[in-house]
Design a protein around this ligand. Structure first.
Ligand SMILES: [Zn+2]
Ligand SMILES: [Zn+2]
Length: 179
């Protein structure tokens, strides 16, 4: 057996430096929670999830896509699809059975009487127009999204127009069937 000699310098300071290097930023920390949260969702179209965080980096609420309590869920009853024809003639398809992750997080705060104003919302894909209106209305000041929603450019434009900072981490569109 070969003995490896380690001085205290070899052991402690090196470990401390490595720990500091691997510590995620606040953004990375919250973004990393989105995927596990999305697994509670009952509509797998994009598997959206959202986290509302206070200016002091405290998680206020989380949300994922789900039907109102008492109504059937997409993963048991199938999606409830609507086709939207836009003014420019293009079409997009949407499941309207669920309350979206962003709205569910906001509604959780309404239900519990928790203040959201000034907070940041993290999400897997940028919000739809309805959710974006609600994000603005409740005073969220920053949106951080991993990817873009296929019909979400109008939402991003509106958020920015209304003074909400939008950070998209990966500038590609979240892909799933029937968009
Ligand atoms: Zn669905
Ligand atoms: Zn939405």
């Amino acid at each position: 057996m070969e003995e490896v000699k380690q001085t205290p310098q070899d052991i402690k300071p090196t470990n401390v430096v490595e720990e500091k290097k691997s510590r995620p930023s606040w953004d990375d920390y919250f973004l990393g929670l989105l995927e596990p949260l999305s697994k509670r969702g009952s509509c797998d179209r994009g598997s959206q999830s959202a986290i509302i965080v206070s200016p002091g980096h405290t998680i206020i609420a989380t949300g994922y896509a789900g039907s109102p309590p008492g109504m059937p869920h997409c993963d048991e009853a199938g999606h409830m699809m609507n086709t939207v024809i836009h003014e420019d003639g293009t079409q997009s398809q949407h499941c309207v059975r669920t309350i979206h992750g962003e709205e569910n997080a906001i509604l959780q705060c309404a239900k519990d009487g928790v203040k959201i104003e000034g907070g940041t919302m993290y999400m897997r894909m940028s919000p739809c127009y309805n959710c974006a209106m609600r994000i603005i209305r409740v005073g969220i000041k920053r949106v951080v999204s991993q990817k873009k929603y296929h019909a979400g450019q109008k939402s991003i434009d509106m958020l920015e127009k209304c003074g909400v900072k939008v950070d998209i981490i990966d500038d590609s569109i979240m892909q799933y069937a029937k968009q």
